[in-house]
Design a protein around this ligand. Structure first.
Ligand code: PH2
Ligand code: MG
Ligand code: MG
Length: 156
């Protein structure tokens, strides 16, 4: 389960391009894409609203191989290095990788903030409500019911 976000330039077009490039990775099959959502910025709030969406893919790649390909796509779509939680041309995060639990210096899966963020859970719930969080051992739908995020989110 991947989350995509952009708040610079033509946000929707960048996400569409990212989904297209992800679907062209060898050994990646795009299963379903969520709607697009306009979302209030979380973290550093003095920045433009985001467009966010989620996609579900199937892959034989390892999480770290997938991640390096996603980073390459971010770069190809013009992502510049900036401070954490600041604006970005495109951000592609692995939210869940099946029921794997991964913790390294560079990546943490399940995504450590996912259960606090409506901009992840609302699109995720649309496409994968029954997917199980391997640490909390409850579904995306159940996590979203417990969510108490005041940030605004509107389907586009
Ligand atoms: N990404 C962040 C920080 N804040 N806020 C919204 N609405 N959408 C995002 O994708 C987002 C954010 C860091 O990755
Ligand atoms: Mg992110
Ligand atoms: Mg990221």
């Amino acid at each position: 389960l991947l989350s995509l976000g952009s708040n610079l330039g033509d946000k929707t077009l960048r996400i569409q391009k990212a989904v297209n490039l992800i679907s062209q990775i060898l050994d990646v099959k795009l299963i379903i894409s969520s709607s697009y959502y306009k979302t209030e910025p979380v973290g550093f709030t003095e920045q433009d609203w985001f467009v966010n969406s989620c996609i579900l893919i199937e892959t034989k790649l390892s999480a770290s191989d997938l991640l390096s390909k996603l980073k390459y796509i971010e770069k190809k779509l013009g992502r510049k290095p900036r401070a954490k939680w600041h604006e970005r041309e495109i951000d592609i995060d692995i939210i869940l990788f099946g029921e794997e639990i991964i913790k390294s210096d560079t990546v943490q899966i399940p995504h450590p903030e996912m259960h606090k963020r409506s901009f992840v859970l609302v699109p995720a719930c649309e496409i994968a409500p029954n997917m199980i969080h391997p640490i909390f051992k409850i579904s995306i739908f159940e996590i979203s019911k417990k969510l108490n995020d005041p940030k605004a989110i509107h389907i586009i």
